[in-house]
Design a binder for this molecule. Sequence first.
Ligand code: ADP
Ligand code: MG
Length: 240
Amino acid sequence: MITMENVTKTFGDHTVLQDIQLHVPQSNVFAVIGPSGAGKSTLIRTLNALEPIDSGQITINGSDIHNPKININEARSKIGFVFQSFNLYPFLTALENVTLAPIKVKKMAQADAEKRGKELLDSLGLGDKYDAYPNKLSGGQQQRVAIARALAMDPDVMLFDEPTSALDPEMVTEVLDAIRKLAIAGMTMVVVTHEMNFAKEICDEIVFMADGKIVEVAPPEQFFSAPKSERAQAFLSKVL
Ligand code: ADP
Ligand code: MG
């Protein structure tokens, strides 16, 4: 579903992604972990072309998303992206945040978009928040609206960049539960996270990055019990 082939990216003379190879099969969940500055955010941002790449190729569901000839807005509409900072539109209600893109980009009828938007908000435990503005919602609620907003476009894949890092601890679980439900439903996902227990529990593979490289890709039971690389061993000894 997602492939990265020989992807390299530099900022000036700093190589932040070096010869990245990654293959995420349909309905798999990959967690990207690693120290700060490793290139995790840059990697996930290249997956929906928020960051250009210098060389290599990225395809998502067959679409070569860094090819200038493709319609990037159309391609991006099939790639859900959830940021650390929820980035909701402050002057729109929760439901309006969720229905905006389906109405504007997909030209969905307002009534249909609202019906689907309400279903999504209901499924995320926000059935009583349709008309709430973001500043009246907790961080955890805002992040769940952001997830509903991404899902409203019926994406092929969902990408998360540290979706719980900006949340108070008591709100982390509700957001992780929402992501867990998506995993169970078979959504293909790449999740940059520091939540090691969550990664262990729901992910098919752990992608460990350091210094712009993928150092190790392994199933969680293997990665957490017997990491192969010294970098991963050192990292885990600090975070576990
Ligand atoms: P991580 O998410 O793993 O903490 P990032 O992908 O944010 O890492 O950053 C990787 C490296 O790229 C860091 O050294 C960071 O300083 C650098 N970097 C990120 N974005 C930019 C940018 N827009 N311009 C220059 N350097 C950047
Ligand atoms: Mg980051």
